[in-house]
Design a protein around this ligand. Sequence first.
Ligand code: 7RM
Length: 633
Amino acid sequence: MSNKIQSLSGYIHEYQKSVNEPEKFWARIAESFHWQKPWDNVLSWDKEGPHVKWFENAKLNITENIFERHLFTHGDKAAIIWEPNDPSEANRIISYRELFELTCQFSNAMQAQGVQKGDRVIIYMPMIPEAAVAMLACARIGAVHSVVFAGFSSSALADRIIDCEAKMVLTSDGNFRGAKNIPVKAVVDEALEKTSTVERVIVCKRTDAEVTMTPDRDFWWHDVIKEESAIHAAESLDAEDLLFILYTSGSTGKPKGVVHSTAGYLVYTQYSFENVFQYNQNDVYWCTADIGWITGHSYIIYGPLLSGATTLMFEGVPTYPHPGRFWEIVDKYRVNQFYTSPTAIRALQAKGLEPIAPFKLDSLKVIGSVGEPINEEAWHWYHDHIGKGNCPLVDTWWQTETGGIMISPLAGITPNKPAHASLPLPGIQPIIVDAEGNELKGNNVEGNLCIKFPWPSMLRTTYGDHKRFKETYFSAYPGMYFTGDGAKRDHDGYIRILGRVDDVINVSGHRMGTAEVENAINEHPRVVEAAVVGFPHDIKGQGIYAYVICDEEGITQEVLIDEIKNTVRKIIGPIAKPDEIQVVSGLPKTRSGKIMRRILRKVASKDISNLGDTSTLLNPEIIDEIIRGAQVS
Ligand code: 7RM
């Protein structure tokens, strides 16, 4: 039943099998799940499309694999432990049986409100169990969920609703996050002024904030479930039916809807969860991500629940009401596997050792990192002070597009090497290529990271735009998936991720497209042109640095900069707000009109020792002005 790898030699053996006979390998892994009808074909791969199908023509429902498959053995086991933002409020512990009933009941409610198989449902909710119920109920009835991080602005929310033509929005009256009480229903109302497809809004009561309810459109969660039974037969889905859409930023244009389908995602998230974290049946597992990101989808909800695990869901933030909050929770529930971001680690590291001192942390067996490169200093701090030197640290590299963890140590099995994502999981064939696409074989090489063979949880398309999918991921190196990351294979064959090589910046583990931030800045009426780059930031990994050309007449730079920051907050959300804005009179451009970002990146990083060749610039004199401006700002 279990597909858990037990040793390094076991890993090497499995890996070999997965590369030599991928279809046979994945068929064996997939056998442990519940299929309403088996597949005809494990993999079909059309390189030209490109089109990938896994477990073709199989029928299943992912929630049957979470609930029906486990109920007899562990119906009473805790599925979700929910810890509220405020430690003085009561927690909730929800068994598999209870979660099943809540899911069925909400499935009935959504259907009664007109949602059918294939319809898109937006989930814009805080970290409360109902958000998990919302995702699972969509999956149960075959609706396609698209979770939008509840920190995004109304216009970012509207863009996503419009792109996927959502029929329903699930939200709350408000969100508690640290000391903040955020009125999210009002954000939804504002977004819906710009959209036309949403027929129903279901509002879950959380903060008791005053909200406006639009008649015939808005309904309370507790009202719509009242009359519904807790029994619901799962919809029969095709292996390749859409499970969800999740929007993510790229180097160009608006965020794109990454599409994940049912069967492959199920198989891969469960397999990778069990193996990377080496989960044992009585363990308590905690991932601190938000369900608005892929990490929340795959490793708070689907991977753990498919494994019958107890998954902890935390509503709050690391430093509220005190900087020991994470460690207090670890001790309270005796958490065994803890998975967080380098940004959280660096922020807590900056608070010193005092906040950790009151806590034992002796239940921890595995600690994990995700979302951005973890620097060696943070790695060691995490390993020594949280893992107490005896927990394997899994540095997991993966992406929204990959659906699951691709390159990572397996806890306690793969020897730990600081700041190295290390080795690919079975079934994953990463290669490092040079600019021309030649594979750089052997060790001690550095280049761009591609994946040369399909894996079950890979994205199938970008919603409504297959051409964009092909262009974004399969055109740089035809026939291969290009990740957008640079990587190095060291002398031992261990992979180290070097970060993005495209115009994507990673701020606190959140992906931002420079073009997306530039477009938001350009919305300010006084902005003539903007160029955005990333720069190294002690806590956030990268910060956002914007160079703007503005009409400054009758306004001080200070006010202008404040206004521009607010424009970005309004258009995208607080996470995209630039850390630095420098007003300039021009931008360094090549004769073909392209902004020379390399120079802007160097100046933003305060590294002007070697600006490289600037002879092709149309306006080389601008560099001195930019350097001078950067040093005073
Ligand atoms: C899971 C997630 C993806 C981008 C990716 C990388 C960066 C993620 C690591 C990492 C170094 C890691 N999905 N990234 N994990 N870089 N080491 N362990 O974060 O779609 O939001 O971001 O994040 O650049 O391309 S994501």
